[in-house]
Design a protein around this ligand. Structure first.
Ligand code: PMP
Length: 458
């Protein structure tokens, strides 16, 4: 049962909390949409006791769902044992050592060095520093330029906002800095030319990257940055041949490949890493979110041998590796993340996700002919459908209709939370979801879509 909240909680929130990605003036007036007070399995419950299937695992992160007592016990023990110690100047804790070792065991082959951080943004920011550090060590300090994709998302810190290819995170902040370049997102449904096959589209996008490298000068290009499946860009899977062709261009010019697995890591795409699903050769991997099932902040950069060699050369030259935060390798977070990885082993996470993938994709397939749906896309346990006004022309609805807020309201009424991105509805449920729960999630989504059609026609 939910404990009743004093009414003043919503008022406190409205008066004092600045919410990310929220209209601040409206929030002052209306307060929070809902207050979530409890969770169990794949559901969260608001203060009235209403339950919702969290179809997006909150922010693509609550891989083990909500309200996990086993993880609470582990955190309690780690706080009781020590609570905190750092890992600076060679100090350590068993929790951090054990986590790094376990992460190295499941990392793609050949990648066995781990730099712990506390968020996806920190992991990407650190990876960027490592890229520059590496090229400096190699005697090529002019290699500063970074290529990422429009609509790619890599965080909202000062530099990570520059990696992020969404202009709304640049505007008003005087960003991006120079040295950040963006290429076309691999979004076949909207970005392909008429008649262009997926392979042709992929070739064109790889050629665009090569042309950019040649225009800027290969001796100035440091790294290419990508999520295996674009997450906040719309849950968009790459078209056939895309990464194979891109990887060939990167190899040709010796450009480092940083793979942002903050969403795709830990079997989201059906293999442990999106890099394995798409056969990528990362030099650095950033991971976070499902690393701790999101119950405590922790992230990691997994460093491949090429960059690690450069880091060692730098630390020899300068006496030490000069980077680190107070909370990098926090023992409580490490203990929890280690337990999460143990749970993944016990449940055989990859096999579990693979066994659910057909039901998950069939859920989208069954909605493909729905009058509101223009496109479906998905892999593993991440996917999206795109809402259109006209299936043939792919035209979107009149903004005055406010179709996406309407769908958000209707899905919530049916007890489902999804992730809305532009005119796409993304689903990425907790990886512990079961087959009947996947079916229930899609049933609720279909009911909401049908209600929306009725509303439009009314
Ligand atoms: N990279 C990706 C791919 C992400 O999806 C996110 C967060 N949604 C980040 C980086 C940033 O992570 P955080 O919010 O933990 O800083």
């Amino acid at each position: 049962m939910n404990k009743p909240l004093p009414n003043s909680i919503a008022a406190m929130d409205a008066a004092h909390q600045i919410h990310p990605h929220t209209n601040l003036r409206r929030h002052l007036e209306t307060g929070p949409n809902e207050l979530l007070v409890r969770g169990q399995g794949i559901q969260v419950f608001d203060e009235t006791g209403k339950g919702y299937i969290e179809g997006a695992a909150a922010l693509w992160c609550s891989s083990l769902g909500f309200g996990n007592e086993r993880l609470a016990e582990v955190a309690k023990q780690a706080i009781t044992d020590l609570g905190y110690y750092h890992n600076f100047r060679g100090s350590g804790t068993p929790q951090a050592a054990q986590l790094c070792s376990k992460l190295a065991d499941i990392a793609p082959e050949g990648m066995d060095k781990v730099l712990l951080q506390s968020s996806g943004t920190e992991a990407n920011d650190t990876a960027l520093k490592l890229v520059w550090y590496y090229w400096d060590a190699m005697g090529e300090p002019k290699r500063r330029k970074i290529i990422s994709r429009h609509e790619g998302y890599h965080g909202t810190g000062t530099l990570t906002s520059c990696l992020t290819g969404k202009t709304k995170f640049h505007e008003g902040y005087g960003l991006p800095f120079s040295d950040f370049h963006y290429v076309t997102m691999p979004y076949y449904y909207r970005k392909a030319e008429p008649g262009e096959s997926e392979q042709q589209f992929s070739t064109r996008l790889a050629e665009e990257i090569e042309a950019l490298i040649l225009r800027e000068g290969p001796e100035t290009i440091a790294a290419f940055w990508a999520e295996p499946v674009l997450g906040s860009g719309g849950a968009i899977t790459p078209p056939e041949g895309y990464f194979e062709k891109v990887q060939a261009v990167l190899d040709k010019y010796g450009v480092l490949f940083v793979v942002d697995e903050v969403i795709c890591g830990f079997a989201r795409t059906g293999e442990m890493w999106g890099s394995q699903t798409y056969n990528l050769k990362p030099d650095l991997i950033c991971c976070a979110k499902a690393l701790s099932a999101a119950v405590i902040p922790i992230s990691a950069v997994i460093v491949g041998p090429r960059v690690f060699e450069g880091m060692m050369q730098q630390s020899d030259r300068r006496g030490s590796f000069t980077h680190g935060y107070t909370y990098s390798g926090h023992p409580v977070a490490c203990a929890v993340a280690h337990e999460v990885l143990t749970i993944y082993e016990e449940m055989d996470l990859v096999t579990h996700v693979k066994s659910l993938e057909p039901t998950f994709l069939a859920g989208f397939k069954a909605l493909e002919d729905h009058p509101l749906v223009g496109n479906i896309d998905g892999i593993g346990l991440i996917g999206a459908l795109e809402i259109v006004a006209d299936k043939d022309t792919r035209a979107m609805h009149d903004p005055a209709l406010q179709i996406m807020p309407m769908l958000d309201r209707l899905t919530r009424e049916h007890g489902l939370i999804t992730r809305l991105i532009g005119n796409r509805i993304a689903l990425a449920p907790p990886q512990i979801i079961t087959q009947p729960e996947v079916e229930e999630m899609f049933a609720r989504l279909k009911n909401a879509l049908d209600n929306a059609v009725n509303n439009i026609n009314a």
